[in-house]
Design a protein around this ligand. Sequence first.
Ligand code: CU
Length: 174
Amino acid sequence: MIKQCISIVLVSVLSLFSSSSMAHSGHDHDADVAIIKVSNAQVREFLPATTSSVGYLSIINHSDTVATLTKATIDGLGRVEIHEHSHVDGMMKMQKVESLTINAHQQIDFKPGGYHLMIFEPQEPLKVGQQRKLTLYFSDGNRVFTNAQVVSLASQAEQSQAEQSQASKQHTHH
Ligand SMILES: [Cu+2]
């Protein structure tokens, strides 16, 4: 019983602390933005007669707190969804993810067979070599920007093959 009381007091002290630090958080907020890093962002050009394409990136949460990705947008694209692959009844399926939790100091790689961005409704064709601004939205109001490189299907396939052979090399090394 006493233990319970102490933890209630602790919780209220903590919430007081966080609300007071939020009151003048302009600077803290900027510091938070810098500790989520996005790298290797790329989107694949749309193949003829298709209405969707994919994008990959890596997100690293360098902070000590959980970050929750809720949305992504890319300039010139009407819709971007966060997807994951899962095995259902022996079949590979993909589904939309409403939010993605990135733990403190965790890195999440969007890659073939795993998490990926699904992109729709290009306002003008994506051309290989172009850069498109990618914005990631987090549940605490933070936004992180990066440039996504437009790549061809061939270069994307080469990359994932190179990664796979590198991964298997590392594997045989042990
Ligand atoms: Cu998908």
